[in-house]
Structure formats: structure tokens, C-alpha cells
Design a binder for this molecule. Structure first.
Ligand SMILES: [Zn+2]
Length: 378
């Protein structure tokens, strides 16, 4: 099976996660593929029910780790191509997961064919990256190795991504005091208070700028409020929407992309709580849905990787890390102190319709991975 066939094969095995589907089948394929390489020991690491990570390594302490997630996002409406039978058109391969990240996974698997023996190579194929990070969390709980470099073969347009911002997602409610709209001073308006507090928080977050990752951003993702009238059968708040009532309840979801480890979930919660209290209202039912810090890997720690790229492409490019979403490599970096870099083929429309990966780029990237294994593990 050549590189293109292998990429098509991976796309052809759906690995999105819902009540009926998961990464099991693609995991079995990858497991059997690795089993045929005599220099690797391969094992499954159970996550839950029939879901598992796959860990492969040679007989030496790991120096280089490749980490590929096996899952994709769920299929979407609106594609011009079949999402699960990869289509080649104009030097691009279309299909769900083509760039995120079955293309990079195929590059990694195919590169392994080059070698008869390696010293210090480790591979991780893991579950649930697009959902709740169960695969990465499980791996980090049970792994005791500390490789010197970890490569995540996500599609990055052949550019090194050596950092990412963290993510803080918070749900909370604000309760105030209703009254007649003609006399606002007699009540405590929950929606007005949320708006004021969010503006204060936005100003506060700007203080936590990082020279490499830039300024944090704040997204008021959800705001619902009005007059509290009780709960429906599913537990949702029933809201009154008449103009003559002062709003006494608001529900809020905030998403902050933090660039400093000093701006974390508990700091944000405390800030909001105090701001609301100062205005005479109460913050309730706080749920910190995500609380992950940022990551930045200095270029001096990835010179070998730069060389492996230069050998193949004749140049080294870095991507813009101030606009990236959160990467779970951050969890690994925090736990193992292993420098984690993202690097993979050219592609586009990840998480959207008509996702694609560039076929020529797959070959370049495979070459780079081979160079890297040669430089570190031979
Ligand atoms: Zn991905």
C-alpha cells in the first residue's frame, strides 16, 4: 500500500465519535499495521468500553515520539464529496479527517517502512482529541517515559507550530433582584451586571500579554436572561420577557484564550465573582468546563527538527501561534516537559465541509519524518 492508498484507507474507516461510532475500527487497522513492523513492540491501552490508544516503541528509552489522534469530528451536511470515500481532485485528497489528521497519520505510518531497526522511537495513536481529550489524559496518567521531542502530525501547511494559547471556558449564572422597570434603582439587573462585568474582565485579561503568544482574547459565547419564572421538565430556566420587569437571572458562557499561565480558570472565576458581588448580585452554579494553560516551545529546543525539515524543503517556516486553537500537546508538555511541536502537510477546511489534504505535501512530510527518525533514532 503506497502513501496515497494508506491515506485513503484511513479516511475510509469512519472514526468520529457518537453513541454508535468511535475509533475502534481505525485503531484495529493501525494496530495490525504496526504489528507487522518487527522492530516495534505494540500494545493497546484501554480507555473505556471498546476504545483504546495504541502505543508502539522499539527496545530503547524513547527519544522521539510521534503522537497522532485517531478520531475525527462528526460528519457535516453540505459536502461536495463523499466524506468517507476519499476523492482525488486537482492534486488534493478530499474526505473527513484528510488533513485532521489522517494525512499526517499516514505520513507517520508510511515513514516507518523505511527502517529495519530504530533506537528510541515511540509512537502514540490516541482517541478522543476532538471531544474530551480522554485518550491523551489516559496516556499521560500511565506513561512514564520522557521523550526529548514530540511531533504532532496535524496539518500545518508545512510550518512549525511551536506553541498555542490555553483555553478557559466557564459557565455561570447571575442572580439579581427584580422590580418595576420604571425604577431600575430598586432592583439589581442581572443582564446589565453581566455586561459590565464582562467589560471589566476584558480589560483585566489584556494585562496578561505574552511576548510570543500575544494578547488573550475573550468571547462572550452565550448569554440568556430575563425574569426567573421557574424550570421546565428538562431543568432549563423559564424566562419572562416582558419589558416592564427588571431581569433577575442570567446564564453566561465565556471562552478565554489565555496566553499566560498566570491567567487561569480560578483567577478568572474569582475576578467575576468579586465584580458581581460589588454590584450587589450573586454568581452561582459555576462550572469551569475547560482550564488549560498556554504552551510555548523556544526554537532553540527544536533545532534538530528544523534540520530535518531543511534537508527536505530547503527552508524552515514557522506558523502564527497567536491565532491557534488549543492543542493537547500542552498537556504533554506540562506533564513530561517534552517539547511538543505541531507539523504536518498542507491542507484545509478542518472541522468544515470539503476538508482536503495536498497529495504532494504528504510525500514531503513523510520525507521530513524519515529524516527526523534518522537524525534522532539511528
Ligand atoms: Zn486534529
Amino acid at each position: 500500500m503506497n502513501l496515497l492508498q494508506l491515506t485513503k484507507k484511513l479516511i475510509g474507516i469512519p472514526s468520529f465519535v457518537d453513541k454508535k461510532n468511535n475509533e475502534k475500527e481505525v485503531g484495529e487497522f493501525v494496530y495490525n499495521y504496526l504489528k507487522k513492523l518487527p522492530y516495534l513492540q505494540v500494545e493497546k491501552q484501554k480507555i473505556e468500553s471498546d476504545r483504546f490508544n495504541i502505543i508502539a516503541k522499539d527496545n530503547y528509552p524513547p527519544k522521539l515520539l510521534f503522537a497522532c489522534h485517531l478520531d475525527t469530528v462528526e460528519p457535516k451536511k453540505g459536502w461536495n464529496y463523499n466524506q468517507f470515500s476519499a476523492t482525488v481532485k486537482n492534486s488534493r485528497l478530499y474526505g473527513l479527517g484528510s488533513c485532521d489528521m489522517k494525512g499526517g497519520t499516514a505520513c507517520t505510518l508510511d515513514a516507518l517502512q523505511e527502517f529495519k531497526d530504530t533506537k528510541g522511537l515511540m509512537l502514540l495513536f490516541y482517541c478522543d482529541e476532538e471531544y474530551d481529550f480522554k485518550g491523551m489524559k489516559s496516556f499521560l496518567q500511565r506513561n512514564s517515559f520522557r521523550p526529548k521531542l514530540a511531533v504532532f502530525p496535524e496539518s500545518t501547511n508545512e510550518e512549525i507550530i511551536n506553541g498555542c494559547r490555553g483555553i478557559i471556558e466557564i459557565y455561570f449564572q447571575v442572580t439579581g433582584k427584580t422590580g418595576h422597570a420604571a425604577r431600575p434603582q430598586e432592583g439589581r439587573n442581572a443582564i446589565d451586571t453581566v455586561m459590565e462585568t464582562v467589560n471589566e474582565l476584558r480589560k483585566e485579561t489584556k494585562k496578561y500579554r505574552n511576548s510570543s503568544l500575544g494578547a488573550p482574547t475573550l468571547n462572550l459565547a452565550y448569554l440568556s436572561g430575563g425574569l426567573m419564572k421557574g424550570f421546565d421538565e428538562s431543568g432549563k430556566i423559564i424566562l419572562g420577557d416582558r419589558g416592564n420587569n427588571i431581569s433577575d437571572i442570567a446564564e453566561v458562557v465565556l471562552d478565554i484564550r489565555t496566553t499566560s499561565s498566570k491567567l487561569n480558570g480560578s483567577k478568572v472565576v474569582n475576578f467575576i465573582e468579586e465584580s458581581i458581588k460589588r454590584k450587589g448580585l450573586e454568581m452561582k452554579k459555576v462550572i469551569l468546563r475547560s482550564d488549560f494553560g498556554p504552551m510555548y516551545i523556544p526554537k532553540t529546543k527544536i533545532r534538530t527538527f528544523e534540520s530535518a525539515i531543511k534537508d527536505q524543503l530547503g527552508r524552515v517556516d514557522y506558523g502564527d501561534i497567536t491565532v491557534q486553537g488549543y492543542f493537547d500537546g500542552e498537556m504533554m508538555y506540562k506533564k513530561l516537559e517534552t517539547p511538543c511541536v505541531y507539523f504536518g502537510p498542507k491542507g484545509g477546511n478542518a472541522h468544515g465541509v470539503n476538508e482536503w489534504v495536498d497529495i504532494k505535501s504528504l510525500k514531503e512530510v513523510r520525507g521530513i519524518y524519515k529524516n527526523l527518525i534518522r537524525r534522532i533514532c539511528l
